[in-house]
Design a protein around this ligand. Structure first.
Ligand code: ZN
Length: 317
């Protein structure tokens, strides 16, 4: 089985004014309190210094903490214990009331059983590409698709508690996919104020840290990202900043020049989006140290919290 995904394709090196100073501008938003902007200066260059095993900062490690693989514990995540929320409905009043967030859990736990379907090519504007991919896994077999669904459930709960209307592109409720073009269309049809596609990378041992993928300016065929490049970068910078602060993880040491930000024009999920959207690769499943984090329920809660705070910051402006 091949683990071909966005992770394995070379990112398009892009000119970025952020490159040289190797600085990520962060939106710092602790629960309920807007602190303002901060600056995280990445040391740059490969190496473990400042890596994910530095002390976590930010929120206490509250929330559900399930042992590795026991995703069943998240069955109740969609509920805050008060009332069962109707599907994709706003469940609470709060600062995000009226805002729509689409969460796109990368891959699908049973994609590997439907190789013919997921290998079918779909039009992504710039070219055609596989409908979907299996995703990667840790060396011990914890699948990326399980990781993305788990973080999606945690993230949904956090955003709903802020009053947002939240929709998932898939919830382990379909045999495969959706295809990347449909993933984009779901966000578009929902008129989402923000979309985040959740992933974990499958890179070489020693490659560590997270990165956020931003849409390039693409105008080809059905793809026209020109209107979303700016707001997506804003969203991505805020997600990256909050992710650093809440998880304690460093930006990737193998892509993005230490900024934690990468721009790509080869991802259908971004090319076909008409609403602000980013991907996040939360860590490298093939690195033992990163895998120890990704398989920890407590860490996944922090990851969801980081992404949530980035989204909240973006939506509150
Ligand atoms: Zn992925």
């Amino acid at each position: 089985m091949s683990y071909q995904g966005p992770e394995f394709e070379p990112a398009q090196p892009r000119r970025s004014p952020l490159r040289r100073p190797l600085v990520v501008v962060l939106a710092a938003l602790v629960p309920g309190t807007l602190l303002g902007w901060g600056v995280y200066a990445a040391s740059g260059g490969p190496g473990d210094s400042g890596g994910a095993d530095t002390a976590a900062v930010g929120t206490p490690a509250g929330g559900p903490s399930s042992p590795d693989g026991s995703d069943g514990s998240d069955g109740s995540d969609g509920s805050d214990g008060k009332k069962p929320p109707p599907a994709s409905a706003t469940t609470a009043s709060g600062p995000l009331e009226g805002k729509v967030v689409v969460i796109d859990p990368g891959h699908n736990p049973t994609n590997h059983l439907h190789t013919a379907e997921i290998n079918r090519k779909v039009d992504i504007g710039t070219n055609s590409k596989e409908c979907d991919t299996t995703g990667t896994a840790t060396n011990s077999g914890y699948a990326e698709a399980k990781f993305t669904l788990d973080v999606a459930h945690r993230l949904r709960t956090l955003l709903q508690s802020q009053g947002a209307t939240v929709k998932l592109t898939q919830d382990g409720d379909r045999p495969y996919g959706p295809c990347v073009d449909e993933r984009a269309r779901i966000g578009n049809a929902a008129h989402a104020d923000a979309v985040v596609s959740l992933h974990a990378d499958g890179s070489a041992v020693g490659n560590r840290g997270f990165h956020v993928i931003l849409p390039a300016s693409v105008h080809a065929g059905a793809a026209d990202t020109r209107a979303i490049v700016g707001p997506s970068r804003d969203l991505g910078e805020r997600v990256a900043g909050a992710f650093v602060r809440v998880t304690g993880s460093a930006p990737s040491n193998y892509i993005g020049d230490g900024t934690g930000l990468v721009t790509r024009e080869d991802l259908g999920g971004l090319n076909l989006s008409t609403v602000p959207k980013v991907f996040i690769e939360c860590g490298n499943m093939r690195d033992t140290k990163d895998a120890a984090l990704l398989t920890s329920g407590a860490w996944r809660q922090k990851a969801a919290q980081g992404v949530s705070e980035g989204i909240v910051s973006f939506l509150r402006g």
